[in-house]
Structures are given as structure tokens and as C-alpha cells.
Ligand binder design. Structure first.
Ligand code: HEM
Length: 312
């Protein structure tokens, strides 16, 4: 599929900041942690998913910066990532891939590629993209995406104090399926156990290039990092195919479990986090960006695994 849209998306990501053999073509800089997820039983009426019952499951979590450049400074990344493998008792894995931005910029994969091309045309250094100028150009070219673009811009202005102090969102709608086969549309949200204020922009000039990863490692050693998982219950009027729509904030919100980050680890194999691998008791929505991600991540995974300089 050399001329396919997923190939085109990954080619465009490679042109954005340069090509980094062996690395993910987006969210290249990341660290892995062992974790435990303890569900509280509140999701049982909605789903048979094993990790959302009452027994704890082991999890693997990767925290990341969004740029394709693995050497990008932590404070320059507009969105942060948290990708999770829930290890089910039968050996299967349910994936979640989240960022700190609650909605995506477009519901059309082709428009996303066009946006990347505009960002790529605003390079101020050999490996950098000027997001300030880039976002300004995106606003002119895609005025209908103003809300999300401005949210992204705000996040860039306020680099976070810690990976451990952020909300994370898988963004897309999913359907939970219960023992009777009933489907309920939901969106997930992760909230940190510790909610801390972000540093001001002036404080950031003192931050080290890897401050987020250094901070997380120290916090995990002290045993203080965790997140609560909530589901928001969709209503008939809430679109399930549009990642630019956050759903109204008054939707019922149910706490379904807690994730504790236990220990930093070096993975022994190359891992793929694919938001379409969800397992029993969860159905994918029809969101075109969600399905496109499956194909684009496969292209990136294939390329990074074939390259000499390997990173997990
Ligand atoms: C058209 C839309 C998108 C494209 C083309 C795209 C592309 C990519 C690619 C190529 C990778 C590297 C995959 C790998 O080598 O394993 C990646 C990773 C990632 N993406 Fe996306 N992405 C898209 C949308 C999103 C959205 C909506 C989110 C947030 C929910 C997201 C969050 C992430 C995260 C957190 C990672 C790192 C996963 C890890 O730690 O392995 N992406 N993306």
C-alpha cells in the first residue's frame, strides 16, 4: 500500500521534523512503566470486559511526548501521551491510547495530513516546527477547527508540571457491551490522583530538556503516581463518529477503577499500542479517525521494526 492514505500520513510525519530510524513516527520519546489496574465493579452493568470487572490486572503504560523527534525537549511538546496495555487473565491485551487533549482536530484523516503539511512548512530549526506560526496558519486555512486548535495552542503555552498531574483522554467514543449484549456508548477519561498547577511559561526556561521523564521516575520511586478511570455515558444525541466533539459536560460520569504506576521498566520487545485492539466487552465506534489510526500505526510499527537502530 505504498500510495495509501496511511502511508501518506506516515510519510508526512517523517517530513515534519526529519526521519528517526527505529523510532515511532509520532510520540517518539517515551518511557515504559509496570502498573496495576484495580476495577471497582461499577462498570459491570455495562460490560463483560475482564479488566472492568472486580479483579486487578497488570498493565504496561508508556508516557510520551507527541513530536516525531525523540530528542525534542519535554516542554515543547503540545500534547502528552499515555498508552496502556491491560493484561487480561486469558493472556489477551486490551489497549487504550490517550492524550492530554480532550478532542482531535478533525474527523477526516485527509484533513489531518493537510494540517501536518502546513505545520511542516513552519520549521525554524533543523528538527523543530514552529507551532505558534503553524497554528496561526492552520487557523486561517481551517477556521471550522478553531476550538480544538486554540485548545492545543493553550496546552503549548502551559507545559505541565508532571505526567502524573494530567488528565488523559482516548478521545473516541466506544461501546461497552454487557452480558445481555446491550451496547452503551461511552467516552473514557483519566484523572490524576494529584492535581497540581502547571508552571508558568517563565518558569520553563529553568526546566531540563527531560524534566517530565525525570520527574515521573522520581515520583514513581516514591510510590505516589496513580490515575482514576471514569466512563462518561453517552446519550442518543451524542455523536459516536466525531472525535472533534467532546459531548456535553453534564453527561453522567462513573468512576470504574484506579491505575497505580509501580515501576519503570525497559521493555524486552517492540510494543505496539493500537487503539482499535479493545477485546471482549468493548466495541469500536464508527469514528473514521479511530480506524485510520489502526492502519497508520501499523505502517509506523512496520518501518521502525525493520530499521537497524531499534528502540522499543
Ligand atoms: C489521523 C490521526 C492520527 C495519526 C495519523 C496518528 C499517527 C501516529 C503514529 C504514526 C504513531 C506511532 C505509532 C507506532 O509506531 O507505534 C502514533 C502514536 C501515538 N498517537 Fe497518534 N495518530 C493520530 C491520532 C491520534 C489521536 C486522536 C490520539 C489521542 C487519542 C493519538 C495519540 C497517540 C499516542 C499517545 C501515541 C503513542 C503511542 C505509544 O506510546 O506507543 N494519536 N500516532
Amino acid at each position: 500500500m505504498s500510495n495509501s492514505l496511511p502511508q501518506n500520513a506516515v510519510n508526512t510525519l517523517e517530513q515534519l521534523q526529519g526521519k528517526f530510524p527505529g523510532y515511532r513516527r509520532a510520540h517518539a520519546k517515551g518511557e515504559f512503566y509496570e502498573a496495576t489496574f484495580i476495577p471497582n465493579g461499577n462498570a459491570i452493568p455495562y460490560t463483560t470486559a475482564p479488566h472492568l470487572q472486580q479483579e486487578p490486572v497488570a498493565a504496561t503504560v508508556r508516557f510520551s511526548n507527541s513530536p516525531p523527534d525523540p530528542s525534542a525537549a519535554d516542554f515543547l511538546s503540545p500534547a502528552k501521551g499515555m498508552a496502556i496495555h491491560f493484561h487480561q487473565p486469558d493472556g489477551s491485551i486490551s489497549h487504550q491510547v490517550c492524550t492530554t487533549v480532550p478532542m482531535f482536530v478533525t474527523k477526516d484523516p485527509k484533513t489531518f495530513i493537510d494540517m501536518l503539511k502546513i505545520l511542516g512548512s513552519h520549521k525554524t530549526g533543523i528538527h523543530s516546527v514552529d507551532l505558534g506560526l503553524g497554528v496561526a496558519k492552520l487557523l486561517t486555512t481551517f477556521p471550522e477547527h478553531k476550538n480544538t486548535l486554540l485548545t492545543l495552542k493553550e496546552q503549548l503555552k502551559q507545559p505541565p508540571i508532571s505526567y502524573a498531574a494530567l488528565n488523559y483522554y482516548p478521545i473516541h467514543a466506544f461501546f461497552l457491551v454487557n452480558a445481555e449484549g446491550k451496547r452503551q456508548s461511552i467516552k473514557y477519561e483519566w484523572h490524576p490522583l494529584k492535581d497540581e498547577k502547571s508552571p508558568s511559561i517563565l518558569d520553563n526556561i529553568h526546566l531540563s530538556k527531560n524534566y517530565l521523564h525525570e520527574d515521573l521516575e522520581k515520583r514513581v520511586e516514591k510510590g505516589s503516581v496513580g490515575f482514576e478511570l471514569y466512563i462518561r455515558i453517552g446519550e442518543d444525541t451524542d455523536p459516536t463518529d466525531d472525535p472533534t466533539d467532546k459531548w456535553p459536560s453534564d453527561r453522567q460520569k462513573i468512576l470504574v477503577g484506579r491505575l497505580t504506576i509501580n515501576k519503570k521498566v525497559l521493555p524486552t520487545e517492540s510494543l505496539l499500542f493500537d487503539p482499535t485492539i479493545v477485546g471482549e466487552g468493548i466495541d469500536l465506534s464508527e469514528d473514521p479517525i479511530l480506524h485510520f489510526r489502526h492502519d497508520a500505526y501499523a505502517v509506523s510499527f512496520d518501518r521502525r521494526n525493520k530499521e537497524d537502530e531499534k528502540t522499543p
